[in-house]
Each structure stands twice: as C-alpha cells, then as structure tokens.
Design a protein around this ligand. Sequence first.
Ligand SMILES: [Zn+2]
Length: 533
Amino acid sequence: MKIEFVGGAKSVTGSSYIIKDDDFTIMVDCGMFQGSKELKERNSLNLIYNPGKIDSLILTHAHIDHSGLIPKLVKNGFYGNIYATQATADLCSIMLPDSAHIQEMDTKWINKKRKKLDLEPVEPLYTADDAEKSLSNFVPVNYGDTIQINPRVHIRFRDAGHILGSSFVEMWIEEGDKKTKVVFSGDIGQKESAIIRDPDIVEDADILLIESTYGDRLHKSKEDTETEFISIINETHKGPGNIVIPSFAIERTQEIIYLLSKLFRSEKIPVIPVYIDSPLAISATEIFKKNSDCFDDEIKQIFSSGESPLDFPSLRFVRTTADSKKLNDEASGAIIISASGMCNAGRIKYHLMNNLYRPDSSVVFVGYQAEGTLGRRLVDGAKQVRIYGEDVIVNAKIHTLGGFSAHADRNGLLEWAGKISNPKLRVFVIHGEGEASTSLADELRTRYGFTTHVPDWGEIVDLETMKTEVASYAVSDTFTSLDRDIESLAEIISTINEKYKRAKNENKIKKIKHLQEDINDAKQMLAMIIDEL
Ligand SMILES: [Zn+2]
C-alpha cells in the first residue's frame, strides 16, 4: 500500500493525496494550488496520469484548496463517486462554478494581452460547464455513517469544526486478517467557533495525515480579537474612510456577520452600513441557513427564538457588478466585506484599489494569507502593491486579526492528535508551509513518541517498507516551467523585434510609436512571468 502526496505537502494549498494498492486507487481531496506563480503552475500539470483509474474521491470540505481541481479531474476522465457531507456538496455547487468563472475571466484577460502580441490564446483550466458536470459525481454522506467504498475499504466522515460541512475522514483498509486505520485530518477547526460545532475527537489510528497550517503559531484569544476588532471599527468610523475586510466567502463571512450582529445589538459599535460584496458569500449564507443542523447549540437557540443571527438592519447584499462598481465609487464610512479572502481574485481587488491609498481607510485581515498572495504582501507590510497591472500606494491602516482563524493553532493540533492512544502511530505532517510542518512534526515526536515524516510534494511512500520515490511530475516540473517561461519570453521579444525592423525599413514613424504600446504590454507580460500581478 502506498500514499502519494499530490499536493498540500510543504504548502498550504493544492491538498490532494492518493492511497493505492493493487485493488484500489482512492483520492482524498483534489485541491487547487494558490499563491505564487510557481505553485499556480502546478494546476496545469498532468498530476494524475490517468484520472479514469481513480476509483473514488473523498472530499473533506469545500474550500477551493481542497476541491478546486475536481472539475479538471472529471474533465480529464474521472467518472467515480465523490463522497462528501451534504453541506460540502451544497457548498461545492456554488464554489466550483464560481472558481470556473474566475478561471475563465483570468484567461480572457491574459488572452487579450496575448492577442495584442500575436500570441496564440490559452485555454482556461476548466469552464463553468466542466464545473457543473462534475457536480453530478457527488454522493452525500452523513456524519458518523460508516460506508463501504471498495470491497476492502470503509470510510466515515467526522466533524472537523473548520467550516460548514467540514470533516476529517477515518478509513479502514483490510488486508487479509489485518486492518489498518488511516485518518485524514482535512483542516481542523478551533474550538468554540462562532457558528459550527467543535471538532470531534479521534481515539485511534495507525496512520495519521495531519494539517499544520498553524503548526508553529498560536492564535490570540477570541476575546482579545473581538476587543481589537471593536476598536478598529470605532477608530476608523471617526473619519470618512472605509473598513475593508477581505474575507473567505464561506464561513468567515458568515462568522463576521454573526459577530457584527452581536456587536450592534450590544451597542459596542455604532450603526454602520455593512456591505457583503460577494455573490458567492451571499449564496453561501443561504446554504448556511439551509444546513442549520451543522450549527452549535448557541446559534441553534437564537434561530429557534425566531431571530436571524445572520442578519441585521444595516446589512446590505451587493449582487450585481453594477452595484459593486457603484459601491466602489460611493462608499464612505462603511464596512465592506468582499472575497476572495487572500485578495488574489474577485471584487475585493477593486475595493483595495479604491481604499489602499486612503490614510483614513482600514483593511482588516481575518484569515490566513498564503505565501505569494496579494493579501500576504499587504500583511507583510508592502508599501506599494500591483493590482490589475497598476501600482497602488498603501496608505490605509493594515490590521491582522488572527483569532478568527478557522484553523486550530499549534496547541489545538497537538491536543487533537494527542487524543490518539496508539504510541506506534505514524504521522505524515501535511498542509503547512515547510517550517510550520517541521515544527509540529518535531513536537508530535517529542511529546507523544509518534513516528513523524514531513513529505515533499510528489513523494510516494510505501507504507510497508517506508521507502519513498518521487512522482515524475515533481521531477520535471522545474524544467517544464522554466521552459515555458523562456519560450514565451523569446516569442514576445522576437515578435516585437520583427515589427520594429519592418517599421524601421518602411520608415514608418507612426508604427514605431505604436510599438511602444506593444513594448508596454510585453513589460506587463514580463512582470507576470517574473512576479505576481
Ligand atoms: Zn479549509
């Protein structure tokens, strides 16, 4: 039996793992790589040699870094079942088409630039049509039900307390008389999150794959975070500036709505218009209301008293692009919550363009910012950033509120894993940036005596011998991406050079002047190749 780390190894995105034996090939999660250009390029590689050979896919939760490559997998020939909780399936029904829309829009923009340079157009990773088609593969499973997905394999979804519908997966694999239990943590939530239940406890396992997003960090307490949030709102409200909150459309946005409704009711903050400018977050809020069986007791009680905890009088939902643009131009003294949470796509980019230069505005980060994203650059203190090819000066106040995280911190992860009573437990530490994973692995080994390993991207581990090999895509990746970059650069420069020579021969000064535009476009292409846009 082998495990292949297709993604989410020494990085927080692209989560995907394959467990295989002679009789089965099962994939857990099929996430999109996000962040740096190098990571994003992995999305277009053929990571799965033959998707048709994968028997089934198990999805821990709906976040795009766990689900985002599903439409590509189905498009390339996967026809098996996708097992997930009902709420995860519901959320994917809006998130995957939304992700397809982003792919299509980005490709359109890139192709516009390519056309000007006489370059061939490129295809999006997948289309809205591909995303819609992939939804028919979903098979909803209840939390706690044990189901058989292969004559030798049973699985059970348990509550991970991370986002609505999130789960960790217990998998029992039979080999003759022997039964091996593998646990895939998915993403583990913090205790006492605002809306959903706490993570379940896992009592036993032989092999554990554990996330390590915050493997080397601790969160501020919820109380301190709330106090800081209140003072940011009150401070910014003294002037005409806006409070811009880049927020994940799922869970975080609903948590912030819930918190704001509590703060308004208790009059800890003045009545301020709050705009939810993300069609995805609006649809997600509806899905939350539909799946209220996933809520914790406190919020269930508010619901049953007839109040809506996900609503308040100054809350406005911005649905159309026209209204979003209007909000861009007119907003003053408002709270604007928009996606994406890491600022790498979506309407938030326009709100940042309109507010970052304003010293009276604040940007409040309430979630994890992966390496290479615009959000991370802002959190790291960039004085100037590039958005849609334009340089924007950062004058606004940038705040990071860690306590809202949907992830357990280092102590939370250690406590959760420590409940497993097997001292012979073998742990693969995944879904974290290198240092976070290594730090958690070290502590799991010293504190509990578990055997730990931090796998590399593309590593394939034989679970009997613990021998490892490297998947071919991981070996050739560095070369293919360099090849591609150098090829595009050469193509662009030779096109411009030819046009220039022709114009010079014909002595056409107008054409030469026109070339300046091409050169500017080429510079933008260069910037895209070298850095993030
Ligand atoms: Zn997640």
